[in-house]
Design a protein around this ligand. Structure first.
Ligand SMILES: [Zn+2]
Ligand SMILES: [Zn+2]
Length: 223
């Protein structure tokens, strides 16, 4: 999460924790009652962790959690064990690992995806191609604001998935003579990265052409 004034970042829990945003070092709070200490054996409050990162990745296959990030934490204070890990009082986030962009590509930044809560914008990993020219938060800025390093989680099931090869003819060299290819800013990029770039260039040129045609039309229509 990014604060409304853009000066702080935090994390938002899943399920019951959705109403809370907490920092890299945080104490659990109970949203049900202020009368007991957290975590209480009579309540389900507290931070939760898994002992095993793969168990967290398995949970993220559920659509309720699939846009969440993986936090490596140091748990401390009071705790209660549960089947897969601990429910505990205090945590320090040691690292943040993010999943892929919704399109499946490797993320390059964090995008404001809506669905925030009062005072906080919700961010999600986004790749360079999907981000386009939109303003996004760089992974470095998130790291600087949180004091926690952020990296891409390579250990998830997406590793088995990859984009299909382009359709025959879609990447036809004859349509892009060598001279143009050398001048193009994306000349040494992979076709995957180059297509959105060239598409954006065509859109810009098309808009400019439309504008010129409109002005020409106005001039030539004069009596
Ligand atoms: Zn409680
Ligand atoms: Zn993408």
């Amino acid at each position: 999460m990014l604060s409304a004034d853009g000066t702080a970042v935090g994390f938002n829990g899943v399920a019951l924790g959705r109403s809370q945003v907490y920092g890299a070092v945080a104490e659990a709070v109970c949203v049900q009652s202020t009368r007991h200490r957290c975590p209480s054996t009579w309540c389900d409050c507290g931070f939760y962790c898994f002992h095993d990162a793969d168990q967290a990745r398995a949970l993220a296959c559920d659509e309720q959690y699939d846009r969440s990030v993986l936090l490596e934490v140091l748990a401390s204070g009071r705790y209660v064990s549960y089947e897969l890990g601990l429910r505990y009082q205090r945590q320090t986030v040691r690292s943040v690992r993010i999943g892929r962009c919704r399109c499946g590509r490797t993320p390059a930044a964090l995008d404001d995806v809506g669905g925030g809560i009062v005072g906080w914008r919700r961010l999600e990993p986004v790749c360079r191609e999907c981000a386009g020219r939109r303003a996004v938060l760089s992974l470095e800025t998130f790291g600087a604001l949180s004091g926690v390093p952020m990296s891409v989680d390579e250990g998830n099931g997406h590793a088995a998935m990859a984009p299909l090869a382009p359709l025959a003819g879609a990447d036809d060299e004859s349509r892009f003579p060598d001279v143009q290819r050398q001048e193009s800013p994306g000349a040494d990029m992979s076709p995957d990265a180059e297509i959105p770039l060239l598409t954006a260039e065509v859109t810009l040129l098309q808009a400019r052409l439309d504008e010129i045609q409109r002005r020409l039309g106005r001039l030539t229509d004069r009596p």
